[in-house]
Design a protein around this ligand. Sequence first.
Ligand SMILES: [Zn+2]
Ligand SMILES: [Zn+2]
Length: 116
Amino acid sequence: MQCPRCGKSLSTVRVGSLETDICHSCAGIWFDRFELSKVDEAHEVLGEFLLEELAPHDRLLVATSSRLRCPRDTDVVMMRRRFSPEQPIMIDECPACGGVWLDADELSAIRALSES
Ligand SMILES: [Zn+2]
Ligand SMILES: [Zn+2]
């Protein structure tokens, strides 16, 4: 799959039971449907491993307000929405496959907010 943000190839990364796709150029990360729920709270240790995987990568950003196409359904434009009513972080979600794209540092921000 190609990165929806910058167009580079995504690398599959497996941590525990979770398989995600990471962009080495912009440190974005793709979650298939329901996968994000395994790591979106601070006590979920798999998320720590994922953040370690992302840490060394570049963060070549790029405006994050533009609409993205789903890396799986490349003709589908993803929806932007708040992660949750309590959290102002905007995520990109595919209306076709239910996958979610997080830009660099959004995962750590979501996990940090889950503690409060
Ligand atoms: Zn990228
Ligand atoms: Zn999709």
